[in-house]
Design a binder for this molecule. Structure first.
Ligand SMILES: Cc1cc2nc3c(=O)[nH]c(=O)nc-3n(C[C@H](O)[C@H](O)[C@H](O)COP(=O)(O)OP(=O)(O)OC[C@H]3O[C@@H](n4cnc5c(N)ncnc54)[C@H](O)[C@@H]3O)c2cc1C
Length: 437
């Protein structure tokens, strides 16, 4: 069958299997296989031209320590289920990406980051151990001081199949976030505001990536703190974790790509920006709306039409960030493609291995896939290289092996480490083949 990642590009012919047990899984370990979680990585990292091992049946929660908030669970457990099970007991994930429809294994393999990376680090820093099935079918428990642990967190499934993990949750008093929105008329002010808000638990900037000239990089900056019980309206005091009903929409089919062009994108971005100007008072928002706004539209990836879409995500070190971001946004706004979403976040310390985050600023922009956006992204690649930045493999569907290697001195040791183990003969995704990993 043909499969893709969330961006619906590229479509890869694969043999999809969904093992139920470790024995089943062992029987399916073959040359050129790769684990797949919930398919939320944008590109071709979770699909193999050989066998794709869907981990959805490995979905049991195994043990929870209510004193420490440590959860042991199988790799196919969804983040949504972790939240729905443990939030009513006062526990929330320490790190979450912008969708709750991801698996524990997928979060570990990409070493995902949230809006709090600058303060709390990434997924790998919330783990006590992980169990990994090696190419020969043996299972190894890895702790954070084991070198293979670091290569596995962020290693995009190439070191083996993650079976289980122990993750640390954080205590919260409510399921609400106190959100403040600041508006910045251009990139320079946005960066100053983000820096000044460094102590905020959560921070993210939405950038109008089609604004030009003096307004280049105008942004809405959203800061968040877990709300205390006393901050809630009295109607919520008896159930501070209750979730207000949220209407879910479903995108029924792929939209015609003609709907997404520089005019509709410009109009949307301008309207969003104007609406944000009036939201400067602090508001209480429930966890689902705050962390996962896009999850309200099921199948929103079909909005980009049959040709699919691409996300460009890089991180630039602090020293080069301002110049690099100016150049990336200028190239994007001048190209005038239908880019809706641009998100900027602060990043903290590096975790090791081949994990994406490093101190600096990360920018992510979605583009409809067409000839123009592919050419633009190649120009953006060069800007990132010129500013000593690196790329996020969980979002990539089109980088060249040469660009990846030039961006990150850790790529060669990672590839060598894989070659020195049986993993290299076994674990391959369409992405790892393209990137010669
Ligand atoms: C709307 C949206 C918002 C997002 N926001 C963020 C964000 O803010 N921060 C961020 O960091 N990421 C973000 N992402 C990316 C997403 O968090 C990662 O791609 C994550 O890896 C997806 O998890 P998954 O379970 O869907 O994994 P998949 O997409 O199925 O797989 C991703 C990678 O993990 C590997 N993998 C999966 N399961 C296993 C396993 N059991 N053992 C070994 N390897 C495995 C796969 O081989 C593949 O390389 C976002 C994605 C979307 C769609």
């Amino acid at each position: 069958m043909k499969m893709s990642g969330w961006g619906r590009y590229p479509m890869v012919e694969t043999n999809l299997v969904s093992p139920h047990t470790e024995k089943d899984l062992r029987d399916h370990l073959a040359e050129g296989c790769i684990a797949r979680g919930n398919g939320r990585a944008y590109g071709d990292s979770a699909v193999s031209t050989g066998t794709t091992l869907h981990m959805r049946h490995f979905n049991r929660m195994l043990r929870f320590d209510a004193q420490t908030g440590t959860l042991e669970a199988e790799a196919g457990v969804l983040l949504e289920d972790i939240i729905k099970t443990f939030l009513p007991q006062g526990w929330f994930p320490k790190v979450t990406p912008g969708t709750k429809y991801v698996t524990l294994g997928g979060m570990i393999a990409a070493d995902v980051h949230g809006k709090n990376h600058h303060k709390s680090g990434g997924m790998s820093e919330t783990l006590t151990w992980i169990d990994v099935m090696n190419a020969d079918g043996s299972v190894q428990r890895l702790s954070p001081d084991d070198p293979l642990f670091a290569w596995t967190c962020g290693g995009m499934g190439l070191t083996g199949v993650i079976l289980r993990a122990a993750i640390q949750l954080r205590r919260v008093e409510t399921g609400y976030i106190e959100q403040r929105t600041l508006s910045a008329p251009n990139l320079q002010v946005a960066l100053e505001m983000l820096k000044a808000a460094h102590s905020a638990t959560y921070s993210v900037a939405w950038i109008d990536c089609l604004s030009k000239g003096a307004a280049l990089g105008r942004a809405l900056i959203m800061l968040g703190e877990h709300a205390k019980h006393s901050a809630l309206h009295s109607a919520l005091h008896s159930d501070p974790f209750a979730l207000a009903p949220r209407r879910k929409w479903t995108m029924p089919m792929a939209a015609p790509q003609v709907l997404l062009n520089q005019y509709t994108a410009r109009a949307f971005n301008a309207a969003y920006w104007r609406a944000g100007q009036h939201k400067t008072d602090p508001v209480l928002t429930d966890w689902d709306r705050y962390f996962y706004p896009l999850d309200a539209i099921l199948g929103w990836n079909r909005i980009y039409g049959r040709r699919g879409f691409l996300q460009f995500q890089c991180v630039l070190p602090h020293e080069t960030a301002e110049g690099g971001l100016q150049a990336l946004l200028k190239a994007t706004s001048e190209a005038g493609l239908g880019a809706f979403l641009a998100v900027l976040k602060q990043m903290g310390a590096e975790a090791g291995g081949i994990s994406f985050p490093r101190p600096g600023l990360t920018l992510a922009i979605d583009f409809p896939r067409n000839q123009g956006s592919l050419q633009l992204m190649e120009r953006l690649d060069q800007i990132v290289l010129a500013h000593a930045g690196r790329f996020y493999l969980a979002k990539d569907a089109r980088l060249s092996a040469q660009t990846l290697k030039a961006s990150d001195p850790r790529v060669t040791p990672f590839a060598q480490m894989l070659q020195n183990t049986e993993a290299d003969n076994h674990f391959h995704s369409a992405q790892s083949k393209r990137l010669k990993l």
